[in-house]
Design a protein around this ligand. Structure first.
Ligand SMILES: *Cc1c(COP(=O)(O)O)cnc(C)c1O
Length: 389
């Protein structure tokens, strides 16, 4: 860091800090353990063994068999691989069903598929971001190759009934994929008795480095590789394995299991304390999302009649890293597609801030944010043309 101002990092749904134990585990594979795991020599074989240890650890976190895990370069690659595989293997089917609140890794992929002549349907959500299950089922038909619905939403933290949706997809003869990048490591996942065919996860959302992910493909579900090349990953993902990051992902998954309870007690308590106090101390605020059915670490709060970006700038001056619900689209500040899909009014969608916690946050940090926020909001509302007190 170029300055020594203390950072309060509450943007853990964007990325997380690498756990020091994860860094320790991967280090040897950046230095002395550099052999190519596909090499015939003993050195290569020694390195290859650690990939298999990592695979067992990833599988174990989600209740899968190690054979069902394919290492990839990121969550985005896992998502694309899953959907393209399904489309290649069902060439007669031309339809993909997703939701309106998916991550850009799925939304933008859908737009690309439309350009390639596929039909992509987006299931709507209600004002709490919950999927309209009846409407979703109506969209799934004989022409549907794959249904892809996220396990948990990155902006609101909403958890979706993916097991139920997997059953619906199966009933209609479609494959089911879930982007579980935000769910893995935060909530219990057990694919042992599941109808989920494919699942994406990403290292950097659970304290492993950026640039590594995994795709679960259920045993018996056919899979067509995304990349052509060598026979790595049992011919399912070509390209020399990113051994240090794969080892790191394995370690991160092992640690995630030990922190699962902490996530749902301590981290949840921090989130709840922040949310409760901000709502109590600041007028015209509300939580976006499904309060009863959310990730334990996420809150998305609208501070009405002001701009989220302005709030972020003032927070940033205090060293507080959060995120707004908006994304900058072609120069104009559009509210996020997630909040728009939920029908959050313009004046609230623009002032949405996401706070997302991890095991590195402390109660003192939460107290500091609680202390600073009212003045920030008051200051911005004083100059807002929309605020009438
Ligand atoms: C971060 C994220 C991704 C993308 O993962 P990368 O590893 O950054 O490609 C996909 N889906 C969700 C829900 C995410 O939060």
């Amino acid at each position: 860091m170029s300055n020594d101002k203390k950072i309060i990092y509450v943007d853990n749904n964007a990325t997380t800090a690498v756990d020091p134990l994860v860094f320790e585990a991967m280090k040897p594979f950046l230095t002395e353990m550099y052999a190519n795991p596909s090499s015939i020599h003993t050195f290569g074989g020694q390195v290859a063994k650690y990939i298999e240890v990592a695979r067992e650890s990833v599988a174990s976190l989600i209740g899968a068999n190690p054979k069902e895990i394919i290492f990839t370069s990121c969550g985005t690659e896992s998502d694309s691989s899953a959907i393209y595989s399904a489309l290649h293997l069902c060439p007669k089917k031309k339809k993909v069903v997703v939701s309106k609140v998916e991550h850009p890794a799925i939304i933008a992929l859908g737009q690309e598929l439309v350009r390639r002549g596929y039909k992509v349907e987006e299931a709507p959500v209600d004002s709490h971001g919950r999927i309209d299950m009846e409407r979703l089922e109506e969209l799934i038909d004989d022409d549907t190759a794959v249904v892809s619905i996220m396990w948990a939403n990155n902006e609101t933290g909403n958890i979706y009934p993916v097991e139920k949706i997997a059953k619906i997809a199966k009933k209609h003869g479609a494959l089911f994929h879930t982007d579980a990048v935000q769910a893995v490591g935060k909530i219990d996942i057990n694919l042992a008795e599941s109808d989920i065919d494919m699942l994406s996860l990403s290292g950097h959302k659970l304290h492993a480095p950026k640039g590594v992910g995994a795709l679960y493909v259920k045993r018996g579900v056919r899979f067509r590789p995304f990349l052509a090349g060598g026979h790595q990953e049992r011919s399912r993902r070509a390209g020399t394995e990113n051994v240090p990051s794969i080892v790191a992902l394995g370690k991160a998954c092992e640690l995630a299991r030990t922190y699962m309870k902490y996530e749902n007690t301590h981290i949840k308590a921090l989130r709840d304390k922040l949310e409760k106090n901000l709502l109590a101390n600041i007028k015209s605020t509300k939580v976006n999302g499904d309060i009863e059915n959310r990730l334990p670490n996420t809150t998305n709060i609208s501070f009405e009649f002001i701009e989220g970006e302005s709030i972020l700038i003032l927070l940033d001056r205090l060293g507080i890293c959060a995120s707004s619900g908006s994304a900058c689209t072609t120069g104009s500040l559009e509210p996020s597609h997630v909040l728009r899909a939920m029908g959050v009014p313009y004046t609230a969608a623009h002032g949405a801030i996401r706070f997302s916690f991890s095991r590195y946050n402390t109660e003192a940090e939460v107290d500091y944010i609680i202390e600073q926020m009212p003045a920030i909001i008051e200051r911005l509302r004083a100059i807002s043309p929309f605020w009438e007190g």
